[in-house]
Design a protein around this ligand. Structure first.
Ligand code: PGA
Ligand code: ZN
Length: 433
């Protein structure tokens, strides 16, 4: 690389968006940033289905094309509004570019240009810059100290909005904490996945092997989270990995909550906030649960704080925080949760996601880098988890390519880091403590 070239800046020549498909067969955006020297950076935009009401806006076309889910408007916003604004700007000025995008949109929730348009550009800019320096994305984003491999939170039995099962909670997760490296943790966890498949076929029939949006199994007739955890632990025990795993749960409770009655619906019963909190406390006393995401609905900061006080485990805010600094700060001030779920497209730019992560770390909150249920084969997520030294990633079960793509990318990164790669195991929430 020529230093003089760097001083002169790496000017953006073009920003282009196209409509591609995500893993659910829904349209999504792909953005391509090209600099004057011909370097290209490309990024795909993921999409949620179990979304929080405070997320930045995912702009869709409406109408009949793709059932209204098209993203041609968002693509046009990239090509016609964003491209002229970014032409000639130095691609390494990530923060400046992100501020420019925020200003250009001018709305609170990025509804004019669409958060999908904005996030695609923000990520493609980072990719182009990394490609210019010929360094991996995690190294460009994170710098020389990025070396912590994330502990995967593996979502093996699915319910809620992301699966056709009777289970009300969305994700019944196993967490491989008793391993020395990421690759060993993955190998064992893939064995557990297949063992679990056999157990579920025996107990719930062969339709159990159908997989949900994030690759977890969908056992017919299973409706109690305890059954999910029992079978997961059985698979772990059968393979002799007892003690090497703890459990996690994403309740996605906003979707179980009825605002009118102020009650949650779980296993055909109504629960008040207090009853649901007691339910979690009881569940965590009988199972080795170490992480619960969205245990209560997205406006219940108080309830989150109460549960965080009562359970000495990780309590993660997804729909609660929506990767938004203001909401995270509010949570921190009242002790709601102790970890942030980081989804870049919930907020819209890489810089805002960094700010949220930094705020979390400096307030002793954990950061769990997360997929969306709609992903593509793009692997920036894996790079981001290592870049941030986050210590944990949630990216589904290892059986759908958009999920294994992330794990495969992490295997490459671990190899590149060599002896410097560190797998935090039980310290996934606070890898530096
Ligand atoms: P989403 O759900 O990507 O569909 O929003 C995932 C989650 O709730 O964690
Ligand atoms: Zn969630």
């Amino acid at each position: 690389m020529e230093i003089s070239n760097f001083r002169g800046g790496f000017k953006i020549k073009s920003v282009k968006a196209r409509e591609i498909l995500d893993c659910r067969g829904e349209p999504t955006l792909q953005v391509e940033v090209t600099t004057e020297d011909g370097t290209v950076g490309r990024a795909d935009v993921p999409a949620g289905r179990s979304t929080g009401k405070y997320e930045a806006l995912d702009l869709r076309d409406g109408g009949s094309r793709y059932g209204g889910r098209g993203v041609l408007k968002a693509a046009r916003n990239v090509n016609e509004s964003i491209q002229p604004a970014l032409k000639g700007v130095d691609v390494t000025r990530q923060r400046e570019i992100d501020s420019l995008l925020i200003k250009l949109d001018g709305t609170e929730n990025k509804s004019r240009l669409g958060a999908n348009a904005i996030v695609g550009v923000s990520l493609a800019v980072a990719r182009a810059a990394a490609n210019i320096f010929k360094i991996p994305l995690y190294r460009y984003i994170g710098g020389p100290n990025s070396h912590i491999m994330p502990v995967p939170l593996l979502n093996y039995v699915n319910g809620g909005r992301l699966a056709a099962t009777e289970l009300d909670f969305q994700e019944h997760i196993i967490i491989p904490v008793g391993f020395k490296t990421f690759s060993e943790a993955m190998r064992a966890s893939v064995e557990v996945y297949h063992e679990l498949g056999k157990i579920l076929v025996g107990k719930y029939g062969r339709h159990s092997l159908n997989v949900a949006d994030e690759g977890g199994y969908t056992p017919p007739g299973m409706n109690d989270p305890r059954e999910a955890f029992d079978t997961e632990l059985e698979a772990v025990e059968n393979l002799g990995y007892g003690g090497k795993y703890v459990l996690g749960l994403d309740a996605a409770a906003s979707h179980l909550y009825d605002e009118k009655t102020e009650r949650y619906r779980l296993m055909s019963r109504e629960y008040s906030r207090e009853e649901l909190i007691d339910y979690y406390v009881d569940l965590a006393s009988t199972y080795p649960i170490q992480s619960i995401e969205d245990p209560l609905h997205e406006d219940d900061f108080e309830g989150f704080a109460e549960l965080t006080k009562r359970l000495n485990i990780q309590i993660v805010g997804d729909d609660l925080f929506v990767t938004n600094m203001a909401r995270l700060r509010r949570g921190i001030s009242v002790g709601a949760g102790n970890a942030l779920l980081l989804k870049v497209n919930q907020v819209g730019t890489l810089s805002e996601a960094f700010d949220a992560a930094e705020t979390a770390f400096r307030n002793r909150y954990g950061v769990q880098v997360s997929e969306r249920s709609g992903q593509t084969e793009d692997t920036w997520l894996a790079d981001l988890a290592v870049a941030l030294n986050a210590g944990q990633i949630k990216t589904g079960a290892p059986c759908r390519s958009e999920r294994t793509a992330q794990y495969n990318r992490l295997l490459i990164i671990e190899e590149e880091l060599g002896s410097q790669a560190f797998y935090p195991g039980v310290n996934f929430r606070q890898p530096f403590l």
